[in-house]
Design a binder for this molecule. Structure first.
Ligand code: GLU
Length: 449
């Protein structure tokens, strides 16, 4: 039975690999979910019926478009825009937009595929999608960013809507970009359709806590992981890769929970501050100046800047990869394990390679995948949609409480599902299976579409 099911899952994977040639990150994301599916299909073969798995792997719609824009010197540039509307069995497509030179169709598909299960895990009525562009915001002026966003939305507007598809931010897309995108949507459609985008400013339809949500959520999640081992964040050292929105607010919440965040990074290297990262300074450098992480060590004499290098060489109790995909490989995982890491939770999407995940599994280190640990961002987006739909706005405290409750719920669902399927303590299998079963059951109910 088991061998038969594995052969069937391998066959599904072959079809995906063949049909989506040259998209390694997408293959990686599918392979990780398929690894968890064998045990589900063994228990309940109905999930192999009606082409369910083949349908789940094929996006409902993929939109690719030209984004022309004019720079400050009057030169025309052409970028490529994407929106992959992956699965709407549970609600309108929901997921961020990423502006980064590495963006291509395979990256957007891996992110969209992960988003289906992440969004399902939140327990909220949102489907999965993702989009973005190979536009590089680095070094661009305000005017260039605005004109790019306007051009991007000039095409995207015809594909989105509060009941259809609700984009938000991701790498390279924050409050500023959402503002320009929303402004252009409003102008083109002549509607103040607040629910069409999330991550909006607080005074024009945004939700409290949305900016902080992904980072706070990761910290809440890791607190639950430690609690399950009879431990807490109190007194623990944490290393957090990245220094964007996710990393910044993960650091803040780790500090609020009594831990000490001692290192963070950007693409140029990492800094170590053994006294704990000064968050005001980090925010000033990254959010106001949009500068490099080395400026932190310039300002703090006892801090150290390491150019290039691997942030996972820094010994810590808790590791939170919050930068980007495949930033933590098996050798980094082995270094963390040798240095006594107790819990690892992904703030970014798929930052750990399959070899890294296996190393944590083999060592018995608690490891939470992004689709569980970083779901707080999209969950709070769904809370923003709720507030928009009821023309209401909630307080910071109330929204934060809702977020904390959702993260506790995801932790419980993940760990219970892992145990139920004979994989106790395995957050990867728990998240994949719990996310999958809910979407799959909805897809059955809706027929072959
Ligand atoms: N980009 C975030 C994620 O990876 C948030 C998406 C959203 O809020 O729609 O989940």
């Amino acid at each position: 039975m088991s061998g038969q099911v594995r052969a069937q899952v391998d066959k599904y994977f072959e079809v995906v690999a063949h049909r989506n040639a040259g998209e390694p990150e997408f293959h990686q994301a599918v392979a990780e979910v398929f690894e968890s599916l064998t045990v589900v299909l063994e228990r309940n073969s109905k999930y192999a019926d009606f082409g369910l798995i083949e349908r789940l792997c094929e996006p409902e719609r993929q939109i690719i478009f030209r984004v022309p824009w004019v720079d400050d010197q009057g030169c025309v540039h052409v970028n490529r825009g994407f929106r992959v509307q992956y699965n709407s069995a549970l609600g309108p497509y929901k997921g961020g937009l990423r502006f980064h030179p590495s963006v291509n169709l395979g990256i957007v598909k891996f992110l969209g595929f992960e988003q289906i299960f992440k969004n399902s895990l939140t327990g909220l009525p949102i489907g999965g999608g993702k989009g973005g562009s190979d536009f590089d915001p680095k070094g661009k002026s305000e005017g260039e960013i605005m004109r790019f966003c306007q051009s991007f939305m000039t095409e995207l507007n015809r594909h989105i809507g509060e009941y259809t598809d609700v984009p938000a931010g991701d790498i390279g897309v924050g409050g500023r970009e959402i503002g320009y995108l929303f402004g252009q949507y409003k102008r083109l459609t002549n509607t103040y359709e607040s629910g069409v985008l999330t991550g909006k400013g607080i005074n024009w339809g945004g939700s409290q806590v949305r900016t902080e949500a992904t980072g706070y959520g990761v910290a809440y999640f890791v607190a639950e992981m430690l609690k399950a081992k009879g431990e807490s964040v109190e007194g623990k050292t944490a290393v957090i890769s990245g220094s964007g929105n996710v990393a910044i607010y993960a650091i803040q919440k780790i500090h609020q929970l009594g831990g000490l965040a001692i290192a963070c990074s950007d693409s140029s290297g990492y800094i170590v501050d053994k006294k704990g990262i000064d968050l005001d300074l980090l925010k000033e450098i990254k959010e106001v100046r949009r500068g490099r992480i080395s400026e932190y060590a310039d300002a703090v004499p006892h801090a150290e800047f390491v150019a290039g290098g691997c942030i996972w060489d820094v010994p810590c109790d808790v590791a939170l990869p919050c930068a980007t995909q495949n930033e933590l490989d098996d050798s980094a995982a082995k270094t963390l394990i040798a240095n006594g890491v107790q819990a690892v939770a992904e703030g970014a999407n798929m930052p750990t390679t399959p070899g890294g995940i296996q190393a944590f599994r083999d060592a018995g280190v608690a490891f939470a995948p992004g689709k569980a640990a970083n779901a707080g961002g999209v969950a709070t987006s769904a809370l923003e949609m709720q507030q928009n739909a009821s023309r209401d706005s909630w307080s910071f405290e109330y929204t934060d409480e809702r977020l904390a409750g959702i993260m506790r719920g995801i932790h419980a669902r993940t760990i219970e599902t892992a145990a139920e399927y004979g994989k106790p303590g395995d957050y990867v299998h728990g998240a994949n299976i719990a996310g999958f079963v809910k979407v799959a059951d909805a897809m059955f109910a809706l027929g072959v579409i």
